[in-house]
Design a protein. Structure first.
Length: 134
């Protein structure tokens, strides 16, 4: 391969006005090839470094999101427990209100069943007895 490349490098240098020996042309080609290979290795290394950094960032973010998710799940469980307690209180109060309504209806029935009192006012003797009560 060097046998083909050296004359090409010498001719290209000649177009630029530079006269190269076959050894210098071969050395120049080898140096350019080494630079390209090194540059590719550096670019590849940077790519791997950046990929590793992105992977580490993604893992860190995933851990953060997992921790936040656990906190939110705990808060949700607490809110569910509070909601169950409130619903139980509401059902208990509804039962008590229904029982109180039945008692009110029963009392109203007793009031309605009470006969009318023809003596709506106290007579003089009753008033004296009430006044003497202390």
């Amino acid at each position: 391969m060097m046998g083909v490349v050296v004359p090409i490098v010498m001719r290209l240098a000649g177009f630029a006005g530079i006269k190269l020996s076959p050894f210098a042309a071969g050395a120049l080609f080898a140096g350019v090839l080494a630079l390209l290979a090194g540059g590719g290795a550096i670019a590849g290394g940077l790519h791997l470094y950046n990929a590793g950094e992105r992977n580490a960032d993604a893992r860190c973010e995933a851990a953060t999101v997992t921790a936040q998710n656990a906190q939110l799940q705990a808060r949700l469980a607490e809110k569910d427990r509070q909601l169950d307690a409130v619903n139980a209180l509401q059902q208990r109060d509804a039962g008590r209100a229904a029982a109180a309504e039945k008692q009110i209806e029963a009392n109203q029935g007793k009031i309605d069943a009470t006969p009318a009192n023809p003596n709506k006012c106290f007579d003089r003797d009753m008033s004296r007895r009430v006044r003497n009560v202390r």
